[in-house]
Design a protein around this ligand. Structure first.
Ligand code: CO
Ligand code: CO
Length: 326
């Protein structure tokens, strides 16, 4: 949803008072953390959306990778998942089986089983997962905790909202979007595994609210400022091509309308690029605030582990604003 509309819906609802809820919605974190009577802490998250690509197997796989991402973004290990399926009856059962096969295979790659789910006959298709994970107490990564001097590392390129909208509008071919599909299907597990070896002070993943939206959630929860270097932000080359006069999805406009007030966008940043920074992403990368002195080593290890798009995109600063320079 439009973040401004979500604010209006949630305003006035009672706050969570259960002392076992260690991470709720107050910091707009990716998932909730709940303390069990045994003292162990579980992470739980839910995500589902309408198809972003034509191939049903890829759609299922992307939706599952996206749902699992919130678990990795909090430094947790997934345990099991449930399917959420809104499937129009007008499509063939084989098609929906392919979606579930894609989701199931991705869950298997993450080392977990999908143990059940819920189905609804809906006019518009939607699919995703509820994922439960386990996190070491004291090792949770949340939006809060970024410190001035931290480096901001991003692990996947930006532009999937623009690209999948172009695919929907038949402006690009399936072959042209293969790179973006590959990235959306990639689990954030490897990135999290590498980052765990460093001092991660805050972490989130980049999804519907776009890079600036998720970065600003980290900024506000941490009560710091961010300085992003637009030229260092990894973009899909197709997104770069499409950005000039491109058709951005509705979510991107909503993001800009809502988050722009928090951002000082330097006039040297090209207009088309600035839109990409607000672009609503699907199954995007991790954004981590890592101790500045470790930034180069962390980056090198990410790349060595196969997270080839990983980049240092900016720094955490004291002044509580987001500044985006060229
Ligand atoms: Co998230
Ligand atoms: Co989510």
């Amino acid at each position: 949803m439009d973040p401004a509309e979500l604010d209006r819906i949630l305003s006035g609802l009672p706050a969570v008072s259960d002392p076992n809820v260690l991470v709720g919605y107050s910091g707009r974190d990716d998932a909730t953390v709940y303390r069990l009577p045994s003292g162990e802490q579980i992470v739980q998250t839910v995500d589902f959306f309408t198809p972003v690509v034509d191939d049903p197997y890829d759609y299922g796989s992307i939706a599952a990778a996206n749902s699992l991402s919130d678990v990795y973004a909090m430094n947790a290990r997934p345990l099991f998942a449930l399917n959420i399926c809104c499937f129009p009856r007008k499509h063939s059962f084989e098609l929906w089986r392919e979606v579930l096969r894609g989701g199931g295979d991705k869950a298997a790659e993450a080392g977990i089983a999908i143990v059940g789910g819920h189905t609804v006959d809906d006019s518009e298709p939607k699919y995703g997962l509820v994922v439960t994970g386990l996190v070491d107490p004291g090792a949770i990564w949340v939006n809060e905790g970024a410190k001035p001097g931290d480096a901001l590392l991003l692990t996947k390129p930006i532009g999937t909202g623009l690209i999948t909208t172009a695919l929907k509008n038949e402006l690009v071919s399936a072959a042209e979007v293969a790179e973006a599909i590959g990235a959306m299907k990639t689990l954030n597990r490897t990135a999290a595994d590498v980052l765990r070896g460093f001092d991660v002070h805050a972490c989130t993943d980049i999804t519907g609210n776009g890079l600036i939206g998720h970065a600003s959630e980290m900024m506000e929860a941490s009560r710091v400022g961010l300085e992003l270097h637009a030229a260092d932000i990894p973009l899909f080359s197709l997104a770069r091509d499409l950005a000039e006069g491109g058709k951005f999805p509705g979510g991107t406009f909503a993001n800009r309308g809502y988050y722009e007030r928090l951002v000082d966008l330097d006039s040297s940043v090209p207009e088309s690029l600035s839109w990409l920074l607000f672009d609503a992403q699907t199954s995007g990368g991790l954004l981590a605030a890592v101790a500045g002195s470790q930034a180069e080593t962390a980056l090198a290890e990410l790349r060595r582990a196969g997270v080839t798009a990983a980049a240092l995109i900016g720094w955490v600063v004291a002044d509580e604003r987001m500044r985006i320079v060229k």
